[in-house]
Design a protein around this ligand. Structure first.
Ligand code: IBG
Length: 221
């Protein structure tokens, strides 16, 4: 075994992408095994690798971890990306849960029928612009610091950049009304590990296309 974490998922964003982002931001190299068919999922389910019969699953430090948030919390704690005390952690949790709610809409997009996709994207853009981004703009404005919590990089910053870039793929001017999120984006994108992850050829996954959406349907439904 190489000692590198191994990620088990399909070759797309879904619920695994925040895990890829966090490992990359922490400077951790990782390997991936992609499921291509329902049989690949069934095999993992039958061999006892998946506690709740679900992926994402990450082999890390001798464990087979499942549950996206548990995996993220483990990586964040291990790499000091989870605040310095209980109150910072509480803030990080609140911000990240909001981001998960927004991200979940993107995850669901991957299984949205073609005739409903336009409506789903419109809903995501509306939620980003009117519910979530104003909150993070205000957080940055109120404390005047470079990072969301405690003036040091945390998993909340990494996840916010991920979601800003996802929303911008659909609405490039989404940050027009959010000057502090614009500078936040530039700052976090420039952190060396993250900058590297943003380069072409990294393990970052592209926006889902029709082929990927078909594959997801075939594996899970
Ligand atoms: N709470 C779990 C987590 O956060 O990890 C949920 C995990 C989950 O929903 N996994 C799905 C799964 O393994 C794959 S995400 N399902 C198999 C099963 O038998 O339950 C894929 C998915 C997408 C979009 I993308 C909608 C639904 C599923």
């Amino acid at each position: 075994m190489s000692g590198k974490p191994r990620l088990h998922y399909f070759n797309g964003r879904g619920r695994m992408e925040p895990i890829r982002w966090l490992l990359a931001a922490a400077g951790v190299e990782f390997e991936e095994t992609y499921m291509e068919t329902k049989e690949d999922l069934t095999k993992l389910q039958k061999d006892g690798s998946l506690l709740f019969q679900q992926v994402p699953m990450v082999e890390i430090d001798g464990m087979k971890m499942v549950q996206t948030r548990a995996i993220l919390n483990y990586i964040a704690t291990k790499h000091n990306l989870y605040g310095k005390d209980l109150k910072e952690r509480a803030l990080i949790d609140m911000y990240v849960e909001g981001m998960f709610d927004l991200n979940e809409l993107f995850v669901m997009y991957e299984i949205t029928p073609p005739d409903k996709r336009g409506q789903q994207i419109a809903n995501i853009m509306d939620k980003a612009e009117n519910r979530y981004f104003p909150v993070f703009e205000k957080v940055l404005k109120d404390h005047g610091k470079d990072f969301l919590v405690g003036n040091q990089l945390s998993k909340a910053d990494v996840q916010l950049l991920e979601i800003i870039l996802m929303v911008e793929e659909w609405k490039p001017d989404i940050l027009a009304k959010f000057p502090l999120l614009q500078s936040f984006k530039a700052r976090i994108s420039n952190i060396p590990t993250i900058k590297k992850f943003l380069q072409p050829g990294s393990q970052r996954k592209p926006r889902p296309d029709d082929d990927l959406m078909d594959k997801v349907m075939r594996i899970f439904f």
